[in-house]
Design a protein around this ligand. Structure first.
Ligand SMILES: *Cc1c(COP(=O)(O)O)cnc(C)c1O
Length: 296
């Protein structure tokens, strides 16, 4: 079983943060493979499936998806079957993520990129079977409710800003729900041109929380969701050397870069105390050629 007591807060000490107090909530320490926010986001989906007597969870993702691996593992733990609808034809050599998902007992079904776009159609095709469907990336109110518990994993009330990476925005929505009146949430989008992100976040949050302090930055995507230019890889290695903080190529490296950049631009001041959510995802780094990163 995963144990939330493994989660720690790491205070960053190097000169990168210009004496702005910056701490990291290490959700990546939960488990080497099932790290981070996905574990929190899945909790209430699994509970709902169990409560309604459904014993198979089905969901969607790509070949390197953190969500697919986490769902496979979480279902195994919960005694549920799992099905992963995977984008694209079956590759001759399965990615480490897909191999892992299979080891946890997930049944993988490959669909073309074209078919993958129409989720409703796929769900319709399986209408005869009693499946509990979870959105790609775990987007939804149940995901938000799980993410809301992230800030309870440690003592977090003294921070002025809670900063996280965003894919679907479900994690950010949970954090907005959870924060105290003196705290601001900041989301850093890992996707390029995700113009609906704020709207997607708001749709998961009850109206009485809509006036909470929330900022979203869209300019730290490094070329887009799956892009990891040399500049980003260099930054990950620099951060590792300075803080022994491992980050992933899709989300948390961009997040940490954004924090550093916003400090340099004086967006944050010495009156602020930052808590950055390390949402995990390190398993995805296995898609890189060996020796690209100094910490793998
Ligand atoms: C999935 C994921 C995210 C994005 O979470 P959302 O709730 O979809 O915004 C952030 N970081 C990591 C490491 C992830 O795997």
């Amino acid at each position: 079983m995963l144990n939330a007591s493994y989660i720690q807060i790491q205070s960053l000490k190097s000169g990168l943060w210009k004496n702005v107090e910056t701490d990291v909530l290490r959700l990546d320490l939960l488990h080497p493979i099932i790290s981070g926010n996905k574990w929190f986001k899945l909790k209430y989906y699994l509970q709902e499936a169990k409560n309604s007597g459904q014993n198979t969870i089905a969901t969607f993702g790509g070949a390197y998806s953190n969500h697919i691996v986490a769902t496979a593992f979480a279902c195994k733990q919960a005694g549920l079957n799992s099905i992963g609808i995977i984008r694209g034809e079956k590759p001759p050599q399965l990615s480490a993520s897909l191999q892992e998902a299979m080891q946890y007992g997930m049944k993988l079904l490959y669909v073309s990129r074209e078919t993958f776009k129409n989720k409703e159609h796929i769900i319709h095709q399986y209408a005869e079977e009693d499946l509990y469907w979870v959105n790609e990336g775990g987007y939804g109110v149940n995901g938000m409710l799980g993410a809301k518990e992230i800030l309870s994993a440690a003592e977090t009330s003294s921070y002025t800003h809670i900063i996280c990476s965003c894919g679907t925005g479900t994690t950010l929505a949970g954090l907005v729900e959870a924060v105290l009146p003196h705290q601001t949430c900041i989301g850093i989008s890992a996707l390029k041109g995700h113009v609906n992100l704020r709207k997607d976040v708001m749709e998961l949050i009850p109206v009485q929380h809509h006036d909470k302090s929330l900022e979203i930055f869209h300019e730290y995507h490094f070329g887009g969701y799956a892009k990891h230019p040399a500049e980003l890889i260099n930054w990950m290695n620099e951060l590792w050397r300075a803080e022994q903080l491992p980050t992933d190529i899709v989300y948390t490296s961009k997040l940490m870069f954004a924090v550093k950049d916003l400090i340099e631009k004086n967006y944050f001041t010495h009156q602020h105390k930052l808590l950055v959510i390390h949402s995990g995802g390190l398993q995805g780094n296995r898609s890189l050629p060996t020796a690209t990163l100094e910490f793998l």
